[in-house]
Write a protein that binds this ligand. Structure first.
Ligand code: SAM
Length: 265
């Protein structure tokens, strides 16, 4: 297929990819036929699954607002995706205009769009980076210029860790990020789990094997271990729609994603 002008050179247009599938599920326009077909297949297998993306974004907004209200003015959003309405800088800067945000994604479409969107925003930037190499992310000069790790930072890992295989050791990766954070910092995680819907999770997992971003769903206790040494704030690790719900997020109850927010004591 022909490469549209917004798609950077070198990306695989023939294999579905999580960033663009997610963009389609959220009603965006930066996706290809292969991505849309895969979303429809997942939807047929797990009806209502496109709504998971909405519920997940709603959690992201609530968690960012929570962090800003707790005094956080710096955010590192890894696996940020293609920026859509309600992105972290919009939510944070609406409450605290001085908030600084660094978006990181491995997908060149997501990074290119983030950079275009943030061209006139001196307090936010988008960089290319791979969560499997956290030290490279933390050493990126554009990140170092914007974020001061001597002050509290909220690290957002929203719907990304289930794309990291066990052999890449997501627990060690998150530990590496956690150990750079000073007391009062936060880590925000949302992660797919097969706990409540094991058969559906198995079928969806098989579909994702055909994408460039296979899925590695994990149990509640495996997800809990990602917060080691941090205090999990109330109401604890919950389903995505149950974490500090607000009336304007009227997402129906979902049981595919567990979320939590941890604070460094
Ligand atoms: C499902 S989307 C979630 C987007 C956003 N965090 C949200 O919740 O709205 C997952 C994102 O993680 C990115 N991603 C997957 N593996 C990654 C990796 N190893 N390093 C950085 N980003 C990655 C994908 O490109 C995609 O944009």
């Amino acid at each position: 297929m022909e490469r549209p002008s917004w798609a950077p050179e070198g990306i695989d247009l023939n294999r579905p990819n999580a960033a663009r599938m997610y963009d389609y599920a959220l009603g965006g326009s930066h996706n290809f036929a292969v991505d849309r077909e895969m979303v429809e297949k997942v939807e047929a297998m797990l009806p209502g699954s496109s709504l998971i993306a909405h519920a997940n974004r709603a959690f992201l907004r609530r968690a960012v607002r929570f962090c800003v209200e707790a005094g956080i003015r710096q955010f590192l959003d890894v696996g940020s995706g293609i920026p859509t309405v309600g992105a972290v800088h919009e939510v944070a800067q609406a409450v605290a205009p001085q908030s600084r945000v660094v978006y990181v994604d491995v997908d060149p479409v997501a990074v290119a769009h983030g950079q275009a969107l943030l061209r006139d925003n001196p307090s936010a930037t988008a960089i290319a980076g791979d969560l499997r190499r956290p030290d490279e992310i933390l050493a990126d000069p554009r990140l170092v210029k914007l974020l001061d790790f001597g002050q509290p930072v909220a690290v957002l890992l929203i719907a990304i860790l289930h794309f990291i295989p066990d052999d890449a050791d997501p627990w060690a990766i998150v530990a590496r990020l956690r150990e750079r954070l000073v007391p009062g910092s936060y880590i925000v995680i949302s992660h797919g789990t097969p706990e409540e819907l094991p058969d559906e999770a198995d079928s969806v997992g098989q579909l994702y094997r055909g994408t460039s971003t296979p899925l590695f769903l994990r149990s509640r206790s495996e997800i809990e271990r990602l917060f080691t040494g941090f205090e999990i704030v109330e109401p604890g690790i919950t389903w995505v729609t149950s974490w500090r719900p607000v009336p304007e997020d009227d997402d129906a109850d979902r049981r595919e994603i567990l979320v939590g927010v941890g604070r460094r004591p």
